[in-house]
Design a protein around this ligand. Structure first.
Ligand code: GFB
Length: 321
């Protein structure tokens, strides 16, 4: 990838896409293109084709997706499978038809079987049943990864994939119904402190373990692979460390400075108990995460406060994910 190569970041307003753009700009890439959802609906095949005809991007980061936390995935499985499959089919096929030099597809750690051995190696893909709360999203992401591999196998297209663990960082969704756990807990503890509430409600038992990666590290791994890897494998991206939801809640509570209690609502779903990624394959290539969890949460919370976006976030009623 040259500094003036035409690079299309699909999903540039989202958590990952915006971080990829920050990373590319920091590294001196100067010909980055993007389109908002209003300008280009990636689920519309003819619109995607027209966009590729006009722009012919040389490199693509496919970070556009319908995403959300456990509740959104569980409530809207039809939307999750349909929109994600459409985006993947349209962009990957257009990348093939218009001879894109290289494409990097972003999947998710939920592609792996619910009960597979831990830490999860890439080779465990399709070795068992999926976690029901995010089966639709997982099936779409498995399809995207397999499409990249099959286009490479049949046509020699340079399409590669990464499977990130749970991500957090700037530009996340703070909608309490549909967001992931990290922004939800930051907002809940912040509001509880501001309103002097006696306790914060945590969904589930607090026992599930999760691995969290700052999205700036994720973006760095994506650009690293775009610059350095042309092989047939896909890569897990994470820290290799996990934390229980209970301990995460305690950590966020301390960072926010909330003095009240925590209550567990066990009528809410836990989801999978554990999904720790084995990140040895990427480590062997020479990439490792940098941002430790506590520091990352502090930074995200400061950003939340500084932007003054907390007021906006608290007031708004975002239904999309
Ligand atoms: O981040 P999260 O929504 O998704 O939830 P998953 C992680 C854990 O945090 C679950 C608990 O055990 C939740 O029950 N949790 C506790 C909460 N309090 C809250 C809260 O207020 N909000 C939320 N959202 N969770 C996602 C998948 O699974 O992981 C996606 O749904 C994707 O498809 C993503 O793969 C990486 O980690 O369970």
């Amino acid at each position: 990838m040259k500094k003036d190569s035409k690079i299309y970041v699909a999903g540039h307003n989202g958590l990952v896409g915006s971080a990829i753009i920050r990373n590319l700009k920091k590294k001196g890439y100067e010909n980055i293109i993007s389109r908002s959802h209003k300008e280009l609906d990636l689920t519309n095949q003819s619109d995607v084709k027209k966009f590729f005809e006009g722009e012919k991007p040389e490199y693509i980061f496919l970070a556009a997706a319908k995403v959300g936390g456990i509740n959104a995935n569980n409530m809207y499985p039809a939307d999750f499978i349909y929109e994600n499959l459409m985006i993947e089919c349209n962009v990957i096929k257009a990348a093939h038809d218009f001879k894109t030099k290289k494409l990097l597809f972003l999947g998710s750690s939920c592609i792996y079987p619910k009960n597979c051995p831990q830490p999860i190696k890439e080779e465990y893909l399709l070795s068992g049943y999926l976690e029901p709360t995010n089966e639709a999203y997982a099936l779409a992401k498995i399809s995207g990864l397999k499409m990249c591999q099959f286009f490479k196998k049949q046509y020699g297209d340079n399409f590669i994939s990464v499977m990130p663990t749970n991500l957090y960082g700037p530009n996340d969704s703070y909608d309490l119904e549909t967001s992931h756990v990290m922004p939800a807990l930051i907002r809940k503890f912040h509001e509880a402190k501001a309103k002097n509430l006696p306790y914060v409600e945590i969904w589930g038992t607090g026992k599930p373990l999760r691995e969290f990666l700052h999205v700036d590290d994720m973006a760095d791994a994506c650009v690293f692979l775009m610059e350095n890897y042309d092989g047939d494998e896909f890569f897990n991206v994470g820290t290799g460390r996990e934390i229980s939801i209970k301990n995460l809640a305690e950590m966020i509570k301390e960072i926010v400075g909330y003095k009240g209690g925590i209550q567990y609502n066990t009528s809410k779903l836990d989801g999978t108990q554990r999904k720790l990624l084995d990140v040895n394959n990427l480590t062997k290539l020479g990439w490792r995460y940098r941002i430790e969890l506590k520091y990352g949460i502090e930074e995200v919370y400061n950003n939340f406060l500084c932007k003054g976006s907390n007021k906006k976030i608290i007031d708004m009623d975002v239904k999309n994910v």
